[in-house]
Design a protein around this ligand. Structure first.
Ligand SMILES: [Zn+2]
Length: 659
């Protein structure tokens, strides 16, 4: 256990702004700071930090707390480990003497793997600086690349010695368990039960840091020219290292990215380090893999602008264009810098030096859409088929940009560049966006005009069907409100008295009872009441409804189930407390308001469960982002989009129905 005194000292030292700004670029707004929330996906900032109160709060996903809560949430640590983390950061020694050997072993596995990985990083650095081979081969190589001692240390570069098990046996001697060495991916068990060997040997080592600066994996480069040896090998994915969520250099770059509001995206470790060496620090590498949404969001926490750096290989560039659409889709501004033939970012930075590099970056930067248009139109000068292909490629990129104004600006620009009427481009963009938005849940407008489904007044115009994944969502007050109309007015006609007075009017022929209307509406969306007592009442109601309202009420009042009796009495004695009723003038008899209030209560019911489901899915999405499961994230994002869309049509419809 950590003493109360130590906890207090940590809480005093760990000022919320210092803690949060390790992970998020905060902007001052008055007395507080704001940022895009690190716990859920958002495009406009709703995450707020109050230095005075020492708390953070997200108005989007509702996450809130103090410095310790932030670290627990963000780094997936328990309370004690979060305190230790903050203790380390703020130089407060955390004495945790009562922890036994067994407890130490039982501590979070990921903590153990992190510890092994940190040990390995220290070991590789020591081997680099303190062994003959490290100095001659390792440091020799880094110097050849122009890295200074300072740069080598800044990136914790190292040397994995030969000998096949140097690191593994040193780690075991230092007390690290074989199990965690294997789990960290740094040691390999060739045969079950036998001694482990090193994954990395005779390689220069590039540790990969998490955003908070902990070593989570390595890339190792061989310096041999033997073709049978892979030039680079990397740590496998582990509990602490998820490739799709890591960016090489993000820890060293984040403050510069936030300050300069731009992030350069390069390919390899040495590109990143050479840029630092040349004084350009706002740079990260995706380490060979194609860019993922998680990596993009990582960058987006610090800046809305990314510049992708290419060496001059056209085939390579074309292959990566798709990946760039993902950047646009996340709402980033995307620029491109194309290096001259035969140069890559690393070689250019080394050859030309800091000033020339910065000048080149500033002057060669081109907007991505313009770049793509130019790149593709070089191939397509006179070939109409290829030209059509080019136009659809460019339109595809524009259509994923979330911001409507940016889209309009690009459409105008490309219309001039490609010499095509603006309307044609904007129609194409609209078509693509529509396809994307609605494609997920298909055509929905027909569902309301099924045969045998009577028309009623006022019709719901949302045209939206409740998606299957939220039909189990529960909202007690809204369910009770439906029962209210069922029990009190279920067998009344949903029409006002007017059409009943005039039996020849066309509306009279399609009259519908309140109970039938409610049943249709719920069945239409596969909705069932979730409260079990309400559901029982609901189901029994439809068995006896032809006996008339008076009989029905008596039946339920004398029901053998006391819970049912209670609900029915509540409903029969309830006055003016319902959400819809407050819109109704008390002087108007309720009966006359049914054509408005019943559809409205249905709509409120559906809108409420949509809102609840929306919040739940947002929470799940925040969790999924933490766990890094891309597939689940994509599914949830799709659901969020569907629900946002439905929510909007519901609120439009509700406004229309407001009395
Ligand atoms: Zn949030």
């Amino acid at each position: 256990m950590i003493s109360k005194d130590t906890i207090d000292r940590i809480l005093d030292a760990a000022q919320i702004v210092d803690v949060v700004s390790d992970f998020v670029a905060l902007r001052r707004r008055g007395a507080n700071y704001t940022a895009c929330c690190p716990f859920h996906h958002e495009k406009t900032p709703s995450f707020s930090v109050s230095p005075a109160k020492g708390i953070y709060k997200c108005f989007g996903c509702g996450k809130a707390g103090n410095s310790v809560n932030f670290i627990m949430e963000h780094e997936h640590l328990g309370y004690v480990d979060a305190l230790k983390y903050l203790g380390r950061k703020f130089g407060i020694e955390v004495q945790d003497k009562e922890e036994t050997q067994a407890e130490a072993e039982n501590r979070l596995r990921s903590e153990s793997i992190l510890a092994v990985t940190q040990f390995a990083s220290d070991f590789y650095q020591k081997s680099l600086w303190e062994t003959d081979q490290g100095i001659s081969v390792g440091i020799g190589y880094f110097k050849e690349r122009g890295f200074t001692n300072e740069t080598i240390k800044k990136f914790s570069l190292g040397w994995a010695p030969g000998g096949r098990d140097s690191m593994s046996s040193a780690a075991q001697k230092a007390g690290y368990k074989k199990e965690y060495l294997v789990d960290s991916g740094l040691s390999v068990e060739r045969e079950a039960g036998k001694d482990v060997v090193d994954r990395f040997y005779e390689r220069v080592m590039f540790p990969i840091h998490s955003i908070s600066g902990r070593v989570i994996a390595f890339g190792g480069r061989t310096l041999r020219s033997d073709k049978n040896i892979a030039k680079y090998i990397n740590s496998p994915e582990t509990e602490i290292y998820v490739k799709s969520k890591s960016l090489y250099g993000i820890f060293q770059a984040k403050s510069s990215i936030a300050k300069l509001q731009k992030c350069y995206l390069v390919e390899g470790y040495t590109d990143v380090i050479s840029f630092h060496q040349a004084g350009v620090e706002n740079v990260v590498a995706s380490s060979g893999t194609s860019l993922t949404t998680e990596q993009i969001r990582l960058v987006k926490r610090f800046t809305p602008e990314v510049a992708v750096l290419y060496d001059g290989d056209p085939a390579g560039i074309k292959a990566s264009l798709r990946g760039i659409d993902m950047l646009l889709e996340e709402g980033l501004r995307v620029k491109v810098v194309l290096f001259p033939d035969g140069e890559d970012p690393d070689s250019f930075a080394r050859k030309k030096g800091p000033q020339a590099l910065r000048k080149f970056l500033d002057e060669s930067e081109e907007d991505f859409i313009a770049f793509k248009t130019r790149l593709l139109s070089d191939d397509t000068k006179k070939d109409p088929l290829k030209r059509a292909q080019l136009i659809s490629e460019v339109v595809a990129s524009i259509s994923v940009i979330p911001d409507a104004i940016s889209r309009a600006v690009y459409i105008e620009e490309c219309s001039q560049r490609l010499n095509i009427a603006e309307e044609i481009l904007s129609d194409e963009v609209k078509k693509l966006r529509k396809k994307k938005q609605y494609g997920a849940y298909g055509q929905t407008t027909e569902s309301r005009s099924e045969p045998g489904m009577p028309k009623y007044f006022p019709p719901l115009e949302t045209g939206e069907k409740i998606p299957e994944f939220i039909t189990g969502t529960y909202c007690e007050p809204a369910e009770k409100e439906l029962l209210y109309y069922l029990i009190r007015h279920g067998e009344s006609n949903l029409y006002g008295t007017e059409s009943q007075n005039d039996p020849t009017s066309p509306e009279a022929k399609v009259a519908i009872s309140v109970s039938q209307f409610i049943l249709n509406e719920l069945q239409n969306d596969d909705l069932e009441l979730q409260n079990l007592v309400y559901k029982k009442i609901f189901d029994e109601y439809y068995k006896i409804r032809e006996k008339g309202q008076e009989y029905i009420q008596k039946y339920f009042i004398n029901h053998p189930d006391p819970q049912i009796v209670q609900v029915i009495l509540d409903i029969l004695h309830q006055e003016h407390s319902l959400t819809v009723k407050i819109f109704v003038e008390s002087v108007t008899p309720e009966e006359q308001m049914l054509p408005v209030v019943v559809p409205k209560s249905i709509l409120i019911y559906k809108a409420k469960i949509t809102a609840i489901a929306y919040q739940e899915i947002c929470n799940k999405l925040a969790d999924a982002e933490k766990s890094g499961d891309a597939q689940i994230q994509n599914e949830l994002m799709e659901q969020v989009q569907i629900l946002m869309h439905i929510r909007n049509s519901f609120s439009k419809e509700l406004k229309r129905l407001t009395i």
